[in-house]
Design a protein around this ligand. Structure first.
Ligand code: S3P
Length: 171
């Protein structure tokens, strides 16, 4: 199981789909599974029930996905805020796609489907979550200004190092 985590706009869905294709695995996006299960959009869940309710639904969906068949999973940017979700993710192979606030705004700044972008101070939220991403992920890959294909190449390379570090590795 490969799990992609990171802030909104890091490219988890795009990179995840590329990785799934290369690894010959199915791709699942937790927000899409939540919307299908709830028959509501993420935006509607936030507006109707609030963020805490969304996190509970998200936790149950992510735990189910992690228990399911091998896949590449892209998680919503706030999934790691929930401690149960976070420790379950940490037990899988998780990759943190790192993005800075400037690039978040460039990529998804005006997306009405991302309710937290409108209401929060982005830089504060990002800073608060950084340690959670790093706690859950064993691999970190920078995404700023890099095409998804290049990011996917680096993730592939880092994953293969983990399987076999190679003779030059100092361990
Ligand atoms: C959220 C990120 C969104 C979505 C929801 C909340 C967040 O997913 O789960 O709007 O708290 O950062 P993406 O990271 O895929 O945009």
């Amino acid at each position: 199981m490969i799990v992609l985590i990171g802030f909104m706009g890091a490219g988890k869905t795009t990179v995840g789909a590329l990785l799934a294709e290369r690894l010959g695995l199915p791709f699942q996006d937790s927000d899409q599974v939540i919307e299908a299960r709830e028959r509501r959009t993420v935006r509607e869940i936030f507006a109707g029930d609030g963020e805490a309710a969304f996190r509970r639904i998200e936790r149950s969906v992510v735990l189910d996905l992690l228990d399911g068949p091998d896949a590449v999973l892209a998680l919503g940017g706030g999934a790691v805020e929930d401690p149960v979700t976070r420790s379950a993710v940490a037990r899988a192979t998780a990759v943190h796609l790192v993005v800075t606030a400037h690039h978040v705004l460039q990529r998804v700044g005006s997306d009405p489907g991302r309710p937290l972008l409108a209401s929060s101070d982005l830089a504060d939220l990002l800073a608060r979550r950084e340690p959670h991403y790093d706690e859950a992920a064993s691999i970190r890959v920078l995404t700023d200004g890099r095409p998804a294909r290049v990011v996917a190449d680096e993730v592939m390379a880092r994953l293969s190092e983990r399987v076999y570090p190679g003779p030059d590795s100092s361990g």
